[in-house]
Every structure is written in structure tokens, then in C-alpha cells.
Design a protein around this ligand. Structure first.
Ligand SMILES: NC(=O)c1ccc[n+]([C@@H]2O[C@H](COP(=O)([O-])OP(=O)(O)OC[C@H]3O[C@@H](n4cnc5c(N)ncnc54)[C@H](OP(=O)(O)O)[C@@H]3O)[C@@H](O)[C@H]2O)c1
Length: 283
């Protein structure tokens, strides 16, 4: 991807899945890249993977941070600006999903997903805003989810945190445009990442049946989604996603929400029947 040669990029959640694939693709494209996450071992491994594909003189590194720890987040702009020699693109990508029925999910799950997925992005953006405003240029990309414009049973807590990112991004775009700073929003599809594998461990059976049987739900690789995310930043459009299948759902839920809900309700009925049959087989 030519447009990233020499550009300075920070990716939160850059040590796994979509973020890691984006970091490696950026390093391969000649960018200076910093990855941020909590686990130092995975950060180090990602920096090594970036080095393996990068050229001479590229600045590559990691900052260990929990995006919910505001005191620590406040320290990272200085570290990143020194490491990269500036910052052109901030990609807020950290996040996780813990599916479950509203009825069965403790309130702490709702708090935690808002803290990590939504406030994590807000904390990082706030920390880097003085830099972008002083620079009068740059790009902030906020990673939400397709469950940030549509939703389904089992994802109430996650979806709420991802819709919140979309609302924040919309206002931020409006606010920063006069300052020359671009903002974009990315809605990833289902992507085969370590995060998805963890999510699947706690997924209720009917949610699993709903997703795996649905003709609407296509699964992508982290590399495919990272490529689409990085192209979206160069493209200059505000809302972005991969492939016609995602766009079809986006327009269905925006333009024909009644029809989209009717189809979704029908799939839910089938998923519940399938989950009940699977349960009966086990018993
Ligand atoms: N995979 C999907 O199907 C899918 C679909 C739609 C949207 N998304 C979204 O895409 C993004 C990337 O997902 P992924 O599937 O690639 O996940 P992943 O493989 O689990 O990677 C998540 C990354 O975020 C970091 N992270 C998590 N909590 C953090 C915290 N509190 N502070 C700092 N870093 C944190 C993780 O590192 P540490 O754990 O070491 O901190 C890791 O680097 C997430 O926002 C996710 O919600 C994913």
C-alpha cells in the first residue's frame, strides 16, 4: 500500500488479530509503526514480525498500555511521538466481545465493555488531540463493529459499546474537520482472530447457531480486514467496511429497517429450533 510510505502510525490493540495484521501490513508498506496493548510479550512478538518485513530506517516499536487506565494513557503521546518522530495516523482498534443474554449478563459486563471498547477509544483520542490540533493535520480512525450499526440477540452489551463509538466518531469528525484533522469509522465484519476464538468460548448455543447458519454472516481473515481498514484511511470516506455483503446489510438496516428486522427475527426462530434440537440430542 503505497500511501503509507514514511507515514507515522499508532494502532491500539495492535498486538493481535486485525490490529496485528494492520501493523505488519503497514511495516511492509514502509510506514513507521507503533503498536499499543497490555501484554508485553505479544507486543514484542508483533514488533519482531514487523521488523521481519520492514526496510532499513523504519521506526517500529510498542507501548504497553491499558486503554482504560487514564493516568497511563496520558503518558503515551510523549512516548509515541518520540518513538516515531511524530504521528500522522491514530487507529483506535482495541476491544473485545463477551456475548450473553441481557437477562443472564451481570451489569459488570456492560460496564467493562463500555470502559474498554468505548471509553478506551475516547481516552486515547483525548490524549492525542493536543498533538493533532497543534499539527493541524492527521487522521483518526475509530474501529467499531458491524454490530455498531445493526445488532442481534446475545450482543446487547457489546453492541451498545460499539454503537457508542459510531456516535462519538460522527461528532468528532464534525468537530475536527475545520482543524484539518480527518476522522473515519470502520465497521469490521466477523473476523477469524484470537479475539473471536475467545468470544466463541462463551457464546450461547442459539447465538452460535444464528451466526453459523446465517447467509448474512461471512467470515474474513485478519489480513483481509486489516487491508480494507488501511485502504479506508487513505480513501477519505467517513464510514467504511469490507465487501458488498457488509454494505448490503448496512443499507438494509438504514433504508429498510423493518424488512431487515423481519428477516433477522425469522433467522432467530430457526436458530432457536436448531439450538433446541442440538440440546435434545445431548440429553
Ligand atoms: N474479530 C471480529 O470478528 C470482530 C468483529 C467486529 C469488530 N471487531 C473489533 O475489532 C477490534 C479488533 O478485534 P480482534 O478480533 O482483532 O481482537 P483480538 O485478536 O482480541 O485483539 C484485540 C487487541 O486489543 C488489545 N486490547 C484488549 N483490551 C485492551 C485494553 N484494555 N487496553 C489495551 N489494549 C487492549 C489486545 O491486547 P491485550 O489483550 O494484550 O491488551 C489486542 O491487541 C476490536 O475492537 C473488536 O471489537 C472484531
Amino acid at each position: 500500500m503505497n500511501g503509507y510510505q514514511g507515514r507515522k502510525v499508532l494502532i491500539t490493540g495492535g498486538s493481535s488479530g486485525i490490529g496485528r495484521a494492520a501493523a505488519i501490513a503497514l511495516a511492509r508498506s514502509g510506514a513507521h509503526v507503533a503498536v499499543a496493548a497490555r501484554d508485553q510479550g505479544r507486543l514484542d512478538e508483533t514488533v519482531a514480525a514487523m521488523r521481519a518485513v520492514a526496510g532499513e530506517g523504519q521506526r517500529l516499536g510498542a507501548v504497553a498500555v491499558d486503554v482504560t487506565d487514564r493516568a497511563r494513557v496520558a503518558q503515551i503521546p510523549a512516548e509515541v511521538l518520540e518513538l516515531l518522530g511524530g504521528l500522522d495516523v491514530l487507529i483506535c482498534n482495541s476491544g473485545y466481545a463477551l456475548p450473553g443474554y441481557v437477562d443472564a449478563s451481570p451489569l459488570e459486563n456492560f460496564d467493562r465493555m463500555i470502559d474498554v471498547n468505548y471509553m478506551g477509544h475516547v481516552n486515547v483520542v483525548k490524549a492525542f488531540l493536543p498533538h493533532f490540533l497543534a499539527q493541524g493535520a492527521g487522521h483518526i480512525s475509530l474501529v467499531s463493529s458491524m454490530l455498531g450499526f445493526m445488532s442481534a440477540f446475545g450482543y446487547a452489551a457489546y453492541s451498545g459499546s460499539k454503537y457508542a463509538i459510531a456516535g462519538f466518531a460522527e461528532a468528532l469528525r464534525h468537530e475536527l474537520r475545520p482543524h484539518g484533522v480527518q476522522v473515519s469509522l470502520y465497521y469490521p465484519p466477523t473476523t477469524k482472530t484470537p479475539g473471536l476464538e475467545r468470544e466463541n468460548e462463551s457464546k450461547p448455543a442459539a447465538v452460535w447457531a444464528f451466526e453459523s447458519e446465517s447467509g448474512w454472516n461471512k467470515v474474513y481473515t485478519p489480513e483481509q480486514v486489516a487491508g480494507s481498514l488501511l485502504r479506508s484511511i487513505l480513501g477519505g470516506r467517513f464510514e467504511n467496511m469490507i465487501g458488498w455483503d457488509s454494505w448490503l446489510l448496512f443499507f438494509a438496516f438504514r433504508l429498510m429497517p423493518g424488512l431487515a428486522r423481519w428477516m433477522s427475527d425469522d433467522e432467530l426462530k430457526k436458530a432457536n429450533v436448531k439450538a433446541a434440537q442440538a440440546r435434545a440430542k445431548v440429553e
